[in-house]
Design a protein around this ligand. Structure first.
Ligand SMILES: C[S@@+](CC[C@H](N)C(=O)[O-])C[C@H]1O[C@@H](n2cnc3c(N)ncnc32)[C@H](O)[C@@H]1O
Length: 331
């Protein structure tokens, strides 16, 4: 299967950065998680990936793969109308597309999220990722990972246990063909011991899904090089000492365990030995940033808010707000 290349290509780079044990561990994890998963949709997805890869091989690139001036990840290309429609159908087999935007020629993948808006809010210094080995935990289909490479990272390791997102990563990779982005279809709890000491670790939109948020933060520290940069983005609630555990769902999501205030988050990070802890941004998620599109036709944020009071979720909690925090592991 050609799309296997998408998961193999960065292993040489991985060997340079982390040694042969790490790349062997990663190969075994990819094979275990992906090809032996028995996921019922996998045959359909793999067929679509083969189609997409064939399309990629027949695409005439008119520029270099990367990030365009609309913050779309992809490649300038000349596609006939027929080619474009057939590629669109193959990509739609991998619906729902949540994170993006992406573009292949004139084919625009208008994802549920404007992940480029989140990227802009991260507020990274221009040289923050120069030549860095970066880990993106819960990377979704890899949108932010491509932005990290665009910002000068030497190697990006993205991990995410949702197989559909691994498929979407492979679809985009068919056009990007970078050997500097290694995607592991695993959760953080399965990170191999051979892979630590990253120069920067990103945990964007993951903390509130973890049952033990303090343990999650501690693990982020363990994955970092001393002095390394943590970029944390998570749902928060207003107030100073506040911490919310939803009784059941939050904004219709079943798997939300904990929304702290920014003060509580900063206290946790200090207690865990981080320094230079700074709140880089606080933002209320808008229905322009997260919405249904042709590429994600299910309900989105608008349907999760109280129709009579958009400051509240449908369950009566404060509507989604998110903070970005930067911190350094103590050297
Ligand atoms: C809200 S999304 C955030 C995606 C992306 N980081 C962003 O900010 O746009 C949460 C992601 O975490 C992933 N995830 C769920 N459990 C995880 C785990 N145990 N370890 C790592 N990622 C996980 C999900 O598959 C999903 O892609």
């Amino acid at each position: 299967m050609d799309s296997a290349d998408a998961f193999d290509s960065a292993l040489d780079r991985m060997t340079q950065c982390y040694g042969p044990t790490a790349s062997d561990d990663c190969r075994a994890l990819v094979q275990g998680a992906l090809f032996k998963s028995g996921h019922g949709d996998l045959p359909r997805w793999l067929n679509a990936l083969q189609d997409i890869d064939t399309h990629a091989q027949h695409t005439v690139f008119t520029g270099t793969p990367g990030v365009d001036d609309q913050s779309e990840v992809g490649v300038p290309a000349s596609l006939t109308a027929e080619h474009s429609e057939s590629l669109r159908q193959a990509l739609l087999t991998l619906h729902p597309w949540r994170k993006g935007p992406y573009r292949i020629g004139d084919l625009h993948i208008d994802t549920e999220w404007r992940s480029d808006w989140k990227w802009d809010r991260l507020g990274l210094d221009p040289d923050a990722l120069t030549d860095a080995r970066v880990l993106d935990i819960g990377c979704g289909n890899g949108y932010h990972g491509w932005r990290m490479l665009g910002a000068g990272a030497r190697l990006v390791v993205g991990i995410d246990p949702t197989l559909l997102f691994a498929m979407q990563f492979a679809a985009i990779w068919s056009f990007m063909r970078s050997d500097s982005f290694c995607f592991l279809p695993i959760g953080i709890e399965r990170m191999p011991a051979s892979l630590t000491r990253f120069d920067a670790v990103f945990s964007l939109g993951v903390l509130y899904h973890r049952r033990s948020p303090i343990d999650h933060l501690q693990q982020l520290g363990q994955l970092l090089e001393p002095g390394g940069l943590l970029v944390l983005e998570t749902l928060i609630i207003p107030g100073s000492d506040a911490l919310l555990t939803p009784k059941a769902r939050y904004a219709r999501m079943r798997n939300v365990w904990c929304l702290p205030s920014t003060d509580v988050l900063c206290t946790w990070l200090h207690r865990l030995g981080f320094e230079q802890v700074e709140v880089a941004d606080v933002n209320h998620t808008s229905i322009e940033e997260q919405r249904s599109t042709d590429w994600m036709t299910f309900e989105s944020l608008a349907q999760c808010l109280d129709p009579n009071d958009p400051q509240r979720t449908i369950e009566g909690y404060p509507a989604p707000a998110r903070a970005v925090i930067h911190a350094r592991k103590r050297a």
